[in-house]
Structure formats: structure tokens, C-alpha cells
Design a protein around this ligand. Structure first.
Ligand code: FMN
Length: 341
């Protein structure tokens, strides 16, 4: 018989083959830009950290700059020399990411997941191997592309994504997680194809930052609003639907702000719950508080382990699977009928 007084609850989980002491993972964000911050994340209880992303543009920019300066260098040596400070500045970007990753790995004992952000197949994916060589325990690949060309079909784009995952898979031996956008016409189909192409985990979802319009300047301005717990719902539904249907670990990112959010993520079927906004807004110490709340809740409700609750509220497990589908949509709309002004 489980006695919470004498038996501590088991918060361990596995993600991408990594044994984690609890399900709280820090998602890609500026919180991993300083070694000292990552140490503090570990001390506060983070089970793993995803490093901020290295972007395709940073890598390809480096290559273009290199070509440009080298070709000019053959014209006149003296002129070329004057370009070197610039070349050095651009050239260092991806390499400094790798150095930083290496330093972070040496500074902490928790797993460190590298992050590569891009959309097109190409030479830049060799950075996946470099990230592995720098010591990453796993790689998160964020495939963010915003199609604006009306002649590119969804099918064509999806094939590009699959080719990209295959290319990255061919580069590395470490596990790969794919951070997805929610905007696929058939997410379960694509999720299964990504897994077939070599993804070991799926991270749901990438949050898009929508530009805004400043009326007075007038200018299109970037806008980055932190999430709230309301943002949990979208990934929660999809994790509940995908759990048990794809052979991949599922990570929930977007809207995790409290122990209750973590519990929902686990019950839907996630292996880990990732956090960025909560820690950016309310400090790294929130990890410790969330872990304590998680433990207290599990003791109160007599759960022995995270494993025991995982997927217990997934679509496959609940008595009313249609609650995750279209039927629920009508129910939700009708719920306002007796609340009219
Ligand atoms: C300031 C900031 C920077 C971020 N940088 C990255 C990044 O480099 N790569 C990435 O994949 N996601 C990045 N994200 C997205 C987060 O990893 C996370 O998926 C998203 O914020 C949703 O989680 P949250 O609700 O806990 O914030 C960033 C988010 C924020 C707020």
C-alpha cells in the first residue's frame, strides 16, 4: 500500500532515452545564454535544459559572408584585410554557440539539449553533427517556416520538412526531437511521418510571435508576449490525441506556469513539461516552487509516480474520447446559451 508519509512520490521520467529526475525541462530561451544561469536552473530543480537556438540564417549568413570576403580577397589582398574584422564577427556566431554549449555541458550535470532552428534542407544541417560533437545529449530541431508564396503547396512543404529531418538524422547519433508548429492540416499523419523519418520525440508546439502595427510611426513591429496558462490548451489537446498513436516521446511547451499545468501535461501523455515564460516573468526559483507543489498534489491525491499518471487523460484512456474532437466544439459554444446578457 502506498503511504505518502513514508514513501516519497517518484517524479522521474524518461525523455529521448534520457533518465530525468523530474518532468520539468527549461525550453529554448535566453535563460540558457549564460553558463551561470544554467547552473542556477539546475540548482532550482530543472531536470534538463534546451539551449536557445542556432538559426539556419546565422549559419548560411556565415557561409555567404565567407564566400563574399574570400572572393574579394583574391582581387586585392590589402583591401581584403580591411574586411577581416567583419568576417571574424560573423564567422564566430555559430562557433561561439558550439563553444557555449560545450561550456554549459561542463558546468552542469543535467542533460543539455542543443537546438537548431531552420526550415530548408542544405549544408547548414552539418551543424547538427557539430552540436553533437560539442557534447549535446540530444538535439531539438525547430522547423519554423512561414509560407507566403501562393505557388508552394502544403504537400511540397511537408516533403521538404521530411527531407530535413532525414538529413539531420543522417548527421547524428544522438536522439532528435522535432519542435512542431500546430498548423498542419493533418497533424497525426505528419507526426507519424516525422517519426518514420527519424524523430525520437515531438515538442508541441512552437509558439509563433506575430508582428504588430505601430499606428503612429507607422511601422510593422516585432511583438513577443509571454504565454499564460490558457496557451496550454492547444498542446494539451494534441498531446492527448497523439499519445499512444506515435512511437515518440511527447514534450509539451507553451503555457506551463504551475504544478497544475505540469500535471495536466503528464495526464495528457507528455513525458516532460517545458517552461520559458514563467521563469522569465517570475524567476528561476519558480522551478523549486512548482516541484514542491507537484509533489504535494501527488501526495494528496495518492499518486505514487509520474509514470502512473502519464496518459491517464489521453484520448485513448478517457471514457469520452470525443471530448477531444469536434463534438466538444458544439458543447463549448452552447455553454454560453444560458449566460446571455
Ligand atoms: C524570449 C524567448 C526566446 C525564445 N527563444 C527560442 C529559441 O531560440 N528557440 C526555440 O525553439 N524557441 C524559443 N522560444 C520559445 C520557447 O522555447 C517556448 O517554446 C515558448 O516560449 C512556449 O513556452 P512558454 O509558454 O513556457 O513560454 C523562446 C521564447 C521566448 C519567450
Amino acid at each position: 500500500m502506498f503511504d505518502p508519509i513514508t514513501t516519497p512520490v517518484d517524479l522521474t521520467t524518461t525523455y529521448l532515452g534520457l533518465q530525468l529526475k523530474n518532468p520539468l525541462v527549461v525550453s529554448a530561451s535566453p535563460l540558457s545564454k549564460k553558463v551561470d544561469l544554467v547552473r542556477r536552473l539546475e540548482d532550482a530543480g530543472a531536470a534538463a535544459v534546451v539551449l536557445y537556438s542556432l538559426f539556419e540564417e546565422q549559419i548560411t549568413h556565415e557561409c555567404h559572408e565567407l564566400d563574399h570576403f574570400l572572393s574579394r580577397a583574391t582581387e586585392t589582398y590589402a583591401e581584403a584585410l580591411s574586411y577581416f574584422p567583419n568576417l571574424k564577427r560573423y564567422n564566430l556566431e555559430p562557433d561561439s554557440y558550439l563553444e557555449h554549449l560545450h561550456r554549459v555541458k561542463q558546468a552542469v550535470g543535467i542533460p543539455v539539449i542543443g537546438s537548431l532552428n531552420g526550415a530548408s534542407p542544405g549544408g547548414w544541417v552539418e551543424y547538427a553533427r557539430k552540436i553533437e560533437q560539442a557534447g549535446a545529449d540530444a538535439l531539438e530541431l525547430n522547423i519554423y517556416y512561414l509560407p507566403t508564396d501562393r505557388f508552394i503547396s502544403s504537400g511540397e512543404l511537408e516533403e521538404n520538412y521530411i527531407a530535413l529531418v532525414r538529413d539531420v538524422r543522417a548527421q547524428v547519433g544522438i536522439p532528435i526531437a522535432l519542435k512542431l508548429s500546430p498548423f498542419f492540416t493533418s497533424l497525426p499523419y505528419m507526426a507519424a511521418r516525422f517519426v518514420d523519418a527519424g524523430a525520437d520525440g515531438l515538442v508541441l508546439f512552437n509558439r509563433f510571435y506575430q508582428p504588430d502595427i505601430d499606428l503612429e510611426t507607422p511601422e510593422v513591429v516585432p511583438s513577443l508576449a509571454l504565454s499564460t496558462s490558457q496557451d496550454l490548451r492547444l498542446p494539451l489537446r494534441w498531446i492527448a490525441i497523439l499519445y499512444g498513436r506515435v512511437a515518440a516521446d511527447l514534450a509539451l511547451t507553451a503555457g506551463v506556469h504551475s504544478a497544475r499545468d505540469v500535471l495536466k501535461a503528464m495526464m495528457a501523455g507528455a513525458s516532460v513539461a517545458m517552461l520559458a515564460s514563467e521563469l522569465l516573468a517570475n524567476g528561476i526559483g519558480r522551478l523549486t516552487e512548482i516541484l514542491a507543489d507537484l509533489q504535494a498534489w501527488m501526495e494528496e491525491y495518492a499518486y505514487e509516480s509520474i509514470e502512473q499518471m502519464r496518459g491517464s487523460m489521453s484520448q485513448r484512456a478517457v471514457a469520452e474520447p470525443s471530448a477531444f474532437e469536434r463534438a466538444n466544439y458544439m458543447k463549448a459554444l452552447n455553454s454560453f446559451d444560458n449566460r446571455l446578457p
